[in-house]
Design a protein around this ligand. Structure first.
Ligand SMILES: [Zn+2]
Ligand SMILES: [Zn+2]
Length: 287
């Protein structure tokens, strides 16, 4: 059940390109391979395209032995403009054994659509895996990604200090960069990862009424280091909170951050799209 994707179609409309909207946007972190999207994935992609979303990075998560990571890659291969990241989420760190390591490593090299290793990191909010295990598995996956020269997608929740410490130990001087996804830390954390050369990606939670402190941090991140994401189906931005999130909604986060930076939404969308294509070395827009 878990490694099934919708049947293949040759529908050219499933392509994200070309886009009729004057906006161009990238959803740098989404989970559109999940069951939540099984009923209407084609429509979700079509709506994203209409909203101007020219690329989506679909991040595989879950038990590495269950086939969900393979499913994430399959979905990316099915739609033009959709890419994939594979890795073992800190929630599932306890499931990371030799067999899983081999499987993720092979999958990371299996397709040109796989452009990053992740999401990996530490989650001390849920503590679904013991912290010591999370730290070991995080460090180990950083070394594996580094070996393959793949960028990394980092998930860090209530673990800022340990995340930065492990990144400094394992990623300093790496050939490729990283993205701190769904940023929720303070400015000190942001400054530390900027120093490491990371990009910082904000999700819909930056639009929440009570997120004033996070908006203050977002305002201070240089435009050329910013990315935007939905983390869908989670974190639906205002004014759609409470509903399933989807890539088209990334425009709400763009609007919010554009305002914080005193630029128009179109300019902000274009800048973050160029940031994404430069970071991943992808040909999306002509510059
Ligand atoms: Zn995450
Ligand atoms: Zn995620």
């Amino acid at each position: 059940m878990k490694d099934e994707v919708k049947p293949e179609t040759d529908d050219l409309n499933s392509s994200l390109i070309p886009h009729p909207s004057s906006l161009v946007l990238v959803d740098s972190h989404a989970h559109i391979d999940g069951e939540e999207f099984d009923v209407d994935r084609d429509e979700v992609i079509a709506r994203a395209r209409e909203a101007g979303v020219v690329a989506i990075l679909n991040v595989g998560t879950g038990d590495p032995q269950s086939g969900t990571l393979e499913r994430a890659v399959k979905v990316a291969e099915h739609y033009e403009g959709v890419y994939a990241a594979v890795g073992v989420h800190p929630h599932d760190a306890r499931l990371f054994d030799e067999r899983a390591a081999k499987r993720v490593n092979e999958l990371a090299m299996s397709s040109e659509r796989v452009i990053a290793w992740g999401e990996i990191g530490l989650d001390y909010h849920y503590d679904n895996s013991p912290r010591e295990v999370q730290r070991d598995v995080f460090a180990r996956q950083l070394r594996m990604a580094r070996e393959l020269k793949l960028p990394v997608i980092i998930h860090s929740r209530e673990a800022d200090e340990d995340t930065v410490e492990i990144l400094r130990a394992e990623w300093e001087g790496a050939d490729r960069g990283g993205i701190m996804h769904c940023f929720g830390g303070g400015y000190a954390m942001a400054a530390s990862v900027l120093e490491l050369g990371f990009m910082i990606s904000f999700a819909g939670n930056v639009t929440f009424k009570k997120a004033g402190a996070l908006r203050d941090v977002a305002r201070r991140i240089p435009l050329e280091r910013l990315l935007i994401e939905t983390d869908c189906p989670f974190l639906t931005p205002v004014p759609f909170r409470g509903r399933r999130n989807e890539p088209a909604r990334v425009v709400e986060t763009a609007r919010c951050l554009a305002e914080l930076h005193g630029v128009g939404t179109e300019e902000f969308g274009r800048t973050t799209t160029i940031n994404f294509q430069r970071f991943f070395k992808l040909p999306i827009l002509e510059q």
